[in-house]
Design a protein. Sequence first.
Length: 319
Amino acid sequence: MLDYITANLPLFTDLNRKLIVKIEDIDEVNLEQANFIINGEALNALQKLPNSLVQTVITSPPYYGQRDYCAEEQIGTEESSDEYINKLIEIFDEIKRVLKEDGTLWINVGDKYIDGNLAGLPWKLALALKERGWILRSDIIWYKPNAMPSSVKNRPTTDHEYMFLFAKSLKYYYDADAIREPHVTFSENSKMRGGRNHLGKKGGTPEQGKNSGNSNLHNGRWDQAFHPKGRNKRTVWEVPLSKFRDAHFAVFPEQLIEPCILAGSSEGGIVLDPFFGAGTVGLVSIKKGRKFIGIDINEDYCKIATKRIFSTYSSTTSF
């Protein structure tokens, strides 16, 4: 609780400041203090921010041809998917400038069938960003166990989406220990032949195969082969879809955002979401002792996010 309060001390000391800021008023805001939402179009808002301001960016751009956000200059209503990708590239070019040199970018992008053909939009965007100098470090599968049922009969029902982890440079901040998973080897979930009979025994692991180069395993030094805090985070994340009663649209699940924030930023760091929506990134950032800057083109969404974040914040910090 103390770390939470310390990281977000400005929320206690300046409760009367603006939580929603218009683009034309950005120059009046203490950007390092953060914890506010910019109401405006993403590219225009980003152009008003200084270089190297934020530590990580976590976002989900509006999906192509899915929803009307009732605002001019909105993303997702372009005449073609190529135009959609090009607009996003322009925005992410600006994000790269605003990101610290050791910063990371986490993107969730939805796909779409166009004339019966899967457009491949997530990978089109990912490959385009690589061409713009971003370093693609991981593709993550968001598996949705409660995915919406589908009446489709000529292909499998889709129950996943992609998340991509990009880095601005090869030397980037990434806290692997913060998001480690429990070890599966030798647990009841292990798929290894022989199960627990391998544990701690010299020669207990086959010399051939994926562990052939790990002398610690073959010599029984299991304490050195397995990290005491757990195994490295895997690339398939099982996270149910999430709802928020005040929002009439899908929201980022907190469970999906949390590992991105923990791995991509240190306590007190600034997390940016240029497509803020209902504000899940801001909510989880504050819960985890980080600060946030949100951007959203729809003023009603900014109000929904403000209410959600700061009412939750108030209820979790009564002491």
